[in-house]
Design a protein around this ligand. Structure first.
Ligand code: NAP
Length: 338
């Protein structure tokens, strides 16, 4: 299987290489592509030194393409790559809401991939990072108790806006500590010593697109079109890992101990929930980890029988690179790709 990464020099691209390093995915060739800005950069994977090449204008010679260069690249080009027979696993938002394109978190709805014929190529969408992390905890709870309504408040790291988001936080922190002027380009305001309740563009309903993505994508991945979900998405001055406070109104009443036991057996979830020992999910402990941390599980004071919890997941991993590689692994394991 010939594998290619488009956007290999970016924040997600770097994580794709580190995940591939440890993955069982089998391939005979790996090619890395980006823009002319980083062409020529040498990166390493599985002991091989690989030079980043300028992305070709049309076809990419690969069986599987991990696309991570943004929607403006994927939207026009992924269909071209797919027409030439490649399976494109796309990290952008370009195809997530297309009914004919599967939106996949393998632990939750990997089986949907088996309903498609991939022999002539196609596109798989990878979810929005905040959604991918939330559904790891929500899907098992929904299956057992039925989620009626969810209220989600997020605490999102600067790397959610790519490598340049992290650079802006570091630069602003340095300047602020040296009493120098702080300027912002990536975020709407200075992010250092601040939180910004504005991620992506505002919609007519007053929510941002990031907030609506969590609602739209949770329903699609969990095959639960009736769940009502309200999200407030907030950027905070951390480097990586998105955290989320989630309140659930359930069809069947749940007890915190039962939810804890349920999540302890859920794949890709690590229950970290012992407040008396100061154990709960945090970016500090979740960063670099494959599992999504879940804790602060308690009965809701608002919804009878409902549950409150807190999750933290490395959005560059489960929210992007890890999930994309897991999709490819799943497809190879099931014989859907070479
Ligand atoms: P990033 O750090 O800004 O990296 C963007 C990558 O795309 C770089 O490799 C860049 O190459 C490449 N690129 C940009 N314009 C290009 C062009 N015209 N031709 C070829 N390559 C081009 O962004 P990121 O955070 O990795 O995000 C990549 C994608 O993943 C986006 O769609 C994003 O929404 C999605 N995603 C990101 C996260 C996250 O947490 N960051 C999570 C889930 C999904 P150069 O180095 O040459 O500029």
């Amino acid at each position: 299987m010939k594998l290619a990464i488009v956007g290999a020099s970016g924040a997600v691209g770097h994580e794709l290489l580190s995940v591939l390093e440890k993955s069982s995915l089998q391939y005979t060739e790996l090619r890395l592509y980006a823009s002319p800005r980083s062409a020529g950069t040498v990166l390493e994977c599985r002991g091989q030194k690989l030079t980043v090449e300028v992305m070709p204008e049309g076809r990419i010679e690969a069986d599987v393409i991990l696309a991570s260069a943004g929607a403006s690249i994927s939207k026009p080009l992924a269909p071209v790559w797919a027409q030439h027979g490649a399976v494109v696993i796309d990290n952008s938002s370009a195809f997530r809401y297309d009914d004919n394109i599967p939106l996949i978190v393998p632990e939750i709805n990997g089986d949907v991939l088996e309903q498609h014929d991939w022999s002539k190529g196609g596109i798989v969408a990878n979810p929005n990072c905040t959604t991918a992390i939330a559904v790891m905890a929500l899907a098992p709870i929904h299956q057992k108790y039925g989620i009626k309504r969810a209220i989600v408040s997020t605490y999102q790291a600067t790397s959610g806006a790519g490598a340049k988001g992290m650079s802006e936080l570091l630069e602003q922190t340095k300047n602020a500590l040296e009493n120098k002027p702080v300027s912002n380009e990536v975020f709407a305001h200075s992010i250092v010593f601040n939180v910004i309740p504005h991620i992506d563009s505002f919609q007519d309903n007053g929510y941002t697109k990031e907030e609506m993505k969590v609602a739209w994508e949770t329903r699609k991945i969990m095959r639960a079109p009736n769940i009502k979900l309200s999200c407030t998405a907030v950027r905070i001055p951390t480097l990586r890992t998105h955290s989320e406070a989630i309140t659930l109104d359930l069809e069947k009443p749940a007890k915190p101990d039962d939810v804890r036991a349920l999540l302890e057996t859920a794949p890709g979830v690590e229950v970290r929930d012992n407040p008396s020992e100061k154990l709960y999910p945090m970016p500090l402990t979740a960063s670099g980890k494959y599992a999504v941390e879940v804790g602060r599980i308690r009965s809701s004071e608002v919804f009878d029988g409902g549950i409150d919890l807190f999750v933290a997941g490395d959005q560059l991993l489960k929210g992007a690179a890890l999930n994309a590689v897991q999709v490819a692994e799943y497809m190879q394991y099931k014989g859907l790709i070479k």
